[in-house]
Design a protein around this ligand. Structure first.
Ligand SMILES: [Zn+2]
Length: 279
């Protein structure tokens, strides 16, 4: 795995498939890396395996406390919950399970909300990608997890994962209203505060475009399955069983946002849930 280590202020950033931070013996998220043996805590942003998969190994190696947001802790201790939730609690065939929901389970020693943060390190709740998703601000460097998708991510993925689009929007506002020098997203390039403002605007614009597309498609009422088909077709999302279920969640994330803001209505007819414009 290719990794590059850079220093931003007094923070070490190990840039790779998942970007990881190291600051005052606190590790932010995990990857296959060497860490100091006196590591104090591993701060997990959220319960997806590409962020916590290495935590169990480091926990055994270093005696560091594994710290995770309360609402995501169960996904880290029992990743099976994520797999089942995605498939309405039934057990999905293995080909339908994304690798982001698998990974070695790890005991969570302390909730982020209860961990005694000191000095220039603080958590920043950024829900939307998952319910407990949390960023960590270390000495002017914000580790934003998967809360902000940069232009490069949008070029690769037409429908990046979000379980609650309204929460995602509020978290993007929270990032914009937070003072920092550098933002390190979990995936992609480091950006300055100024650059992050443009990337936040772009992320919000993409969310609005997807909402607009759904509203346009619902000019004629559609069942959930028909709407999912129409969105994936229009975005030309590649057929892939595991990716399909992530897309289903994201489309439902948009639907719940549009329902909570009274833009769409729903009903059950002829054994199918139908969605339509709220007129
Ligand atoms: Zn994630």
């Amino acid at each position: 795995m290719r990794q590059k280590v850079i220093e931003l202020n007094d923070v070490k950033c190990i840039l790779g498939k998942t970007n990881v931070g190291l600051y005052e013996n606190h590790l932010i998220d995990t990857a296959v890396i060497d860490v100091p043996l006196d590591l104090k805590a591993i701060l997990i942003t959220h319960g997806h395996a590409d962020h916590f998969a290495w935590a169990s190994t480091l926990q055994k190696r270093t005696r560091a406390l594994v710290v995770a947001p309360k609402e995501d802790a169960f996904l880290i201790e029992l990743p099976e919950v994520n797999v089942r939730g995605m498939f309405n609690w039934a057990r999905p065939p293995v080909e339908m399970t994304t690798r982001f929901f698998l990974g070695e389970p790890c005991r969570v020693d302390r909730y982020t909300e209860e961990y005694p943060f000191e000095g220039t390190i603080a958590p920043l709740p950024l829900p939307g990608h998952t319910m407990g998703h949390t960023g960590y601000l270390c000495d002017g460097v914000l580790f934003a997890g998967d809360a902000l998708y940069s232009k490069a991510v949008w070029e690769r993925h037409k429908l990046p994962y979000s379980i609650d689009v309204e929460l995602t929007r509020r978290s993007l506002d929270a990032i914009e209203n937070t003072a920092f020098d550098w933002l390190v997203p979990s995936h992609g390039a480091v950006m300055s505060k100024d650059e992050s403002v443009g990337q936040i605007a772009l992320h919000l614009e993409h969310l609005a475009q997807i909402d607009d597309m759904i509203l346009r498609l619902l000019k004629n009422p559609l069942s959930t399955e028909e709407l999912i088909y129409a969105v994936l077709k229009e975005l030309n999302v590649q057929d892939n069983l595991a990716q399909y279920w992530l897309s289903v969640t994201t489309i439902k994330g948009h639907l719940s946002g549009l329902a909570s803001t009274y833009k769409v209505a729903y009903d059950i007819m002829d054994h199918r849930v139908c969605w339509k414009l709220n007129e």
